[in-house]
Write a protein that binds this ligand. Structure first.
Ligand SMILES: Cc1cc2nc3c(=O)[nH]c(=O)nc-3n(C[C@H](O)[C@H](O)[C@H](O)COP(=O)(O)OP(=O)(O)OC[C@H]3O[C@@H](n4cnc5c(N)ncnc54)[C@H](O)[C@@H]3O)c2cc1C
Ligand code: FES
Length: 511
């Protein structure tokens, strides 16, 4: 069959480009039908896949930093020499091509072999290397840890225990494209089922861990079985808060955390005319946007006066509200639902909203029961040190449950961000193998509302000034959240370079 696609943009790099044509940090071209990006890092030139392996972000708009490039969309980081996805959210390596210099021209040759798993730096002396690692949790942190252990050539056993029915999925997609109906289900698995068998990761689904025997070094399952460990990672995440109101247990009233929850919402949305979303923060509003994409009338009920004000401040809150109103969402702010009787949701203010389906997005609680029962130190989360180790040697914690010493905010913080959970899983994996890697990544999250992405780097629970650069309503802005003149966090819309630069600046300020 003849390929009738137009050739990709830019020069044909296999035919060579003059050095004089490559003056910036990157040059987009192609080899055959594949888009290839030339990247200059000091005196070295690399040729890599032009698109991020996470969601296909354009790496030509990324930031080259030393021997790596960061993706403009969700800040994944790739090694320019090997293509390895060195920092989540990307997990898969990029393709890398051979580069040859001939006179004053650069030629891109064959694709290089993908990086092989390797041991990266110091591991414990033989005899002390763990042979049995158990991970409790099949979410962001648990998956990233298991994958990183194998990438690090760990050859011992990995048992991954998850109470979910599905192997690890791209959870952020559950409130976005998948719920909106614009992403097929096969986009969701973080890796195909075959990965776990091939990588000898003993993934046990629908498996509830009920306790940990820290002396015998066993985890105990709900069915009474004991699984021994040398190192244990707790990555139990968080569970949605359920409203203690009459009628919240009806089948058309949902929370959203797992793929099963999402499938249940989609089933209720089928044929629904009107939805009530309780909660006007990230999950609630992403759900509202996705249900609008299904042409369902959406009413959002929230206690706050402005959506997302607590995290993003009043101006962004007003913008987010106006954005959703433009798309037909009706807000009932400063209000709450006191009872749900069939299709009638009663408001505290006195009104009644008709609802074929209700989604409750009023926040989550970290799942701390296992850690508490095992006697680990707890402080509104599982307390970990800079290496993500808990108060009990050999037991690590990562993701939504972990409260760690964040060098950037200079506070012990716990956040509920996908990228942080994955990166903590990766660091915990290396540390379980004996490396001493401080977790010092700058927190990052993103949220998507219709065609508007909001990116956020850093962590600011409070601030005394918000410095706005650009125009929020014009969807072109970067907001700095400052205390005493120091920027603790930056939120941005369509300012990807500024967001990446802020991340690098925060890293440098504490390195
Ligand atoms: C719908 C949705 C959209 C989101 N969108 C974004 C976003 O856009 N950006 C962003 O930054 N963050 C987002 N988040 C938050 C992000 O998904 C979480 O911060 C992240 O998943 C936390 O990872 P984790 O590994 O700590 O927990 P999880 O991913 O929740 O995984 C926890 C795992 O532990 C298992 N588990 C818990 N207890 C036990 C037990 N006793 N025995 C066995 N297994 C157990 C659970 O079944 C689960 O598999 C979103 C979350 C949701 C729900
Ligand atoms: S598309 Fe590159 S990090 Fe998401």
């Amino acid at each position: 069959m003849i390929d009738q696609r137009a050739p990709p943009a830019g020069p044909d790099l296999s035919k060579g480009v003059a050095l004089s044509e490559f003056t910036g940090a990157t040059l987009l071209g192609h080899v055959g039908n594949e888009e290839v990006l030339l990247v200059r890092s000091g005196s070295e030139i690399s040729a890599i896949d032009a698109h991020c392996s996470h969601y296909h972000g354009p790496l030509a708009e990324g930031l080259v930093d030393g021997e790596s490039i960061r993706c403009p969309w969700h800040h994944a980081c790739f090694d320019l020499r090997t293509g390895e996805a060195s920092r989540a959210p990307a997990i898969n390596a990029l393709a890398v091509w051979q580069v040859e210099h001939q006179g004053d021209r650069i030629f891109v040759g064959q694709k290089r072999a993908q990086p092989k798993p390797r041991l990266n730096g110091a591991v414990e002396a033989p005899g002390k290397t763990p042979s049995k690692i158990v991970i409790v949790g099949g979410g962001a942190a648990g998956f990233a840890a298991a994958e990183m252990l194998r990438r690090q050539a760990f050859s011992g056993s990995i048992v991954m225990l998850s109470s979910e029915t599905a192997p690890p999925v791209d959870r952020p997609n559950l409130s976005k494209d998948y719920l909106a109906g614009s992403a097929p289900e096969d986009w969701l698995p973080l890796r195909p089922d075959s990965f776990y068998t091939e990588a000898a990761i003993d993934l046990r689904l629908k498996t509830e861990v009920s306790s940990i025997d820290t002396k015998a070094r066993n985890v105990l399952l709900a069915d009474g079985k004991a699984i021994p460990y040398d190192r244990l990672l707790l990555a139990t995440g968080a569970e949605p808060v359920r409203l203690p109101i009459p009628g919240a247990d009806q089948p058309h009233v949902h929370v959203l955390r797992s793929l099963d929850d999402c499938r249940a919402i989609i089933a209720s949305a089928d044929g629904a005319r009107r939805a009530v979303v309780i909660g006007a923060s990230f999950i609630g509003l992403e759900v509202a946007a996705s249900l609008r994409a299904r042409n369902i009338e959406v009413h959002v009920v929230g206690l706050e006066q402005r959506p997302m004000e607590r995290v993003l401040g009043p101006d962004m809150g007003d913008f987010v509200r106006a954005l959703h109103e433009e798309h037909g969402v009706v807000f009932h702010l400063g209000d709450t639902v006191t009872a749900i009787d069939g299709k009638r949701a009663s408001l505290k203010s006195g009104g009644v909203l008709e609802a074929d389906l209700v989604v409750v997005g009023v926040g989550v609680r970290p799942r701390l029961a296992l850690a508490e029962k095992a006697g680990l130190a707890i402080d509104r989360g599982v307390t970990v040190n800079a290496y993500l180790e808990t108060s009990v040697s050999g037991i690590y914690a990562a993701g939504d449950i972990a409260r760690w010493p964040d060098p950037h905010s200079r506070e012990n913080i716990r956040v509920e961000h996908w990228v942080v959970a994955q990166r903590q899983g990766q660091t915990a994996a290396r540390n379980m193998l004996g490396q001493r890697e401080i977790f010092d990544a700058v927190p990052f999250f993103w949220s998507q509302h219709y065609d508007v992405p909001i990116n956020y780097v850093g962590h600011a629970e409070k601030w005394d000034e918000i410095a706005v650069d650009g125009n929020i309503a014009g969807r072109d802005c970067a907001l700095q959240y400052k205390i005493g003149g120091r920027a603790l966090a930056v939120a941005s819309i369509y300012r990807d370079t500024a967001s990446l630069e802020a991340e690098v600046a925060m890293e440098r300020a504490t390195s």
